[in-house]
Ligand binder design. Structure first.
Ligand code: PAF
Length: 275
């Protein structure tokens, strides 16, 4: 695997990389990322992974400084997964001057759910992803469904700005007890880690109830919030939404997804499940 820390080096390698699949990450790689790399291999001659902890998408109270940085271990995992090129710029390579140009996602998409609790987050994500797409010029780019709203925002960005790349979603990878794999799981104490799968259990409970015909979404959401709160969580939201735009469902046959974000101790976890 070749490691590129500058845009010039990555671009020079890109020229002979054939059909390229890009998997953007912030590092601290786990099986969810590696599954995306394997999926990417089926769509391209070369996989380009990127590792960049993007300051622009972190709010002032977010965990930018303590976000786990594990480049050496990440490189070993990427190498083993058959990744041809790693783009791992530092901040001055990625943002040589303060960034003055931004992608401003549609307010309707970013004022809800994650956007309500993390103002500016998707603007930072969309800006860095557009920049990565411009640098790597991949044929396909893969993003996990674990960040469901991110996937929607980025798919819409690519469509609306006619960016010549195909966006492919990757399924969420879970621990055997149901907890969605996430770099932030590493922040959990042993006690919190034992409690954490409750989030997925509550989402599954809502999914099962909706599948059985219970469409009182507010009641289902309220019950799940109460159940989490009773076990020490601080839920930000649990919401049944239509998959297409993450707005509240209108028609009985709208394909649905249940999304949640909740804090357990100091750690904020997100998850979702399609109905
Ligand atoms: O999902 C992530 O890890 C990040 O939001 C991404 C897409 C790499 C942009 O920084």
């Amino acid at each position: 695997m070749q490691i590129h820390t500058t845009i010039e080096s990555l671009r020079a390698a890109r020229a002979s990389a054939g059909r390229v699949a890009l998997v953007p990450t912030m590092g601290n790689l786990h099986e969810g990322h590696i599954t995306l790399m394997r999926q990417a291999a089926a769509h391209a001659d070369s996989i380009v992974a990127s590792i960049f902890v993007n300051r622009l998408q972190f709010g002032p109270r977010d965990d930018f400084d303590r976000y786990p940085r594990t480049l050496k271990a990440d490189c070993e995992r990427l190498e083993a997964a058959g990744v041809a090129h790693l783009f791992a710029p530092d901040e001055t390579a990625m943002y040589p001057q303060p960034q003055h140009y931004f992608v401003e996602p549609a307010p309707a998409q970013v004022s809800i759910l994650e956007g309500e609790f993390r103002p500016g987050h998707f603007r930072g994500v969309a800006t860095v992803v557009l920049k990565l797409l411009n640098i790597v010029q991949p044929d396909v780019a893969l993003f996990g469904k674990k960040d469901y709203q991110q996937l929607m925002v980025l798919s819409n960005m690519v469509r609306q700005l006619a960016i010549p790349v195909e966006v492919l979603p990757g399924e969420t990878v879970r621990a055997p007890d149901g907890l969605a794999l996430s770099s932030r799981n590493g922040y959990l104490s042993a006690e919190e880690r034992a409690e954490a799968p409750r989030l997925h259990r509550e989402l599954s409970r809502i999914r099962d109830a909706v599948r059985l015909g219970d469409h009182d979404f507010l009641k289902l959401e309220t019950e799940a919030i109460a159940e989490l709160a009773a076990h020490g969580w601080h839920p930000d939201y649990i919401a049944v939404r239509r998959r297409s735009d993450l707005q509240p469902p209108v028609h009985a046959d709208d394909p649905l997804v249940v999304l949640a974000a909740a804090k357990l101790g100091q750690t904020r976890l997100i998850d979702n499940i399609e109905v």
